[in-house]
Write a protein that binds this ligand. Sequence first.
Ligand code: EPZ
Length: 418
Amino acid sequence: MSKLVIEGGTKLKGKVNISGFKNAALPIISAALLSNEECIIENVPLIQDINVLKDILIKIGAEVQIVDDNSLLIDSSQVKTCYLENGLSKKIRGSYYLLGAALGRFKEVLIPLPGGCDIGVRPIDQHIKGFEALGAEVIIDHGMVHAKAKELIGSKIYLDVVSVGATINIMLAAVYAKGRTIIENAAKEPHIVDTANFLNTMGANIKGAGTDIIRIDGVDKLKGCTYSVIPDQIEAGTYMIAAAATKGDIIIDNIIPKHLEPVTAKLKEMGMGIEEYGDSLRVFYQNKLIPANIKTLPYPGFPTDLQQPMTVLLSTITGKSQVIESIWENRFRYVDELVNMGANIEVKGREADIQGVEKLEGTIVKVTDLRAGAALIVAGLIADGLTELEDIYHIDRGYEYIENKFMNLGAKIKRVKN
Ligand code: EPZ
């Protein structure tokens, strides 16, 4: 068990290179199962969630190799079925993409309900509704999901809630369905577009990804291809917020600035300087920041995955701020740790009322989930004295080389073995 030890008080300076997006890489790697030809997926972050998915694919018979630094070669020609026991796939949320991909290719799949961060009830009813509309029978029994179809037939599916996972899973299952599938009220996140682009590069016929109506015309075969995953806008947003919190001046490189617009707009509104240069942003502190109100929403709204670091930033800005979490009902658990560090935050259900304090004090804190971990790093960077983060395995699930990247920006952070 390791911990991160941070000595606060350094203004971040320098350049950080953003990795490939975990939440795009997970469905894209799963989608490689839809072809029996080789796929090379570039710009994959080498993080724990990806390692787990890689091990699952190997377990069901795929050949998966790391070629070059951040590229995976996947050959799933020898995979004949996708039956998994409890174990690996419970460790991550992204394993649910095997449902859509394996149902699409083999017309049958049996896997445990997915795991992932404990941030609220995480139903998959909309995924199931989609599979059933395509003609599959889906049974959930003793924590296992079994989906089976004689054949999949295109259908019109209206999602009752805007769901990233359900939108992608239905696309994955529908690429081989006969005829046209239409997903209405689809999620519009950049990783939906990235997954559709990957599938189209393989030969699928998907139109409308990035809007709320996606049309998928079924095809008979998907071929192998080489594809590069988009940069991680949540990782980029984390460094932007850390720059604001530490009153720093940094360049965030290898990004798609458009994907960061909700964050850029909010930080500018609070007084941060932001300059855009093609595939990078300069984020710099100018004057005292002002409080803000945030409500998390599906893209292009403010992302729930940056709610926690943003709350840390707001906790030391003089005045009152409010954060409303509208996606996950249990995503304020880290606030207890922040309060232990001296923050003045009152959580009422999905709402956090923040009264900015002058400073946070370093102490020992426990990481409760992935983004809470990123938030507590930001808290440690601005706190007086030493902050020790325990249970950092949550952070390793989703951030590549996090302490090295922060160290390169001048932060005093080190990983220590307990
Ligand atoms: C994805 O989760 C991400 N995970 C999450 O990131 C992210 O917070 C979330 O999308 C929202 O952007 C991955 O990509 C692996 P949803 P997902 O289906 O797909 C409700 C991180 O930190 N819902 O868009 O599970 C659900 O309860 C993680 O990287 C249903 O009611 O999220 C939630 O309130 C954490 N029924 C809302 O929809 C369903 O069948 C959005 O969930 C599906 C979802």
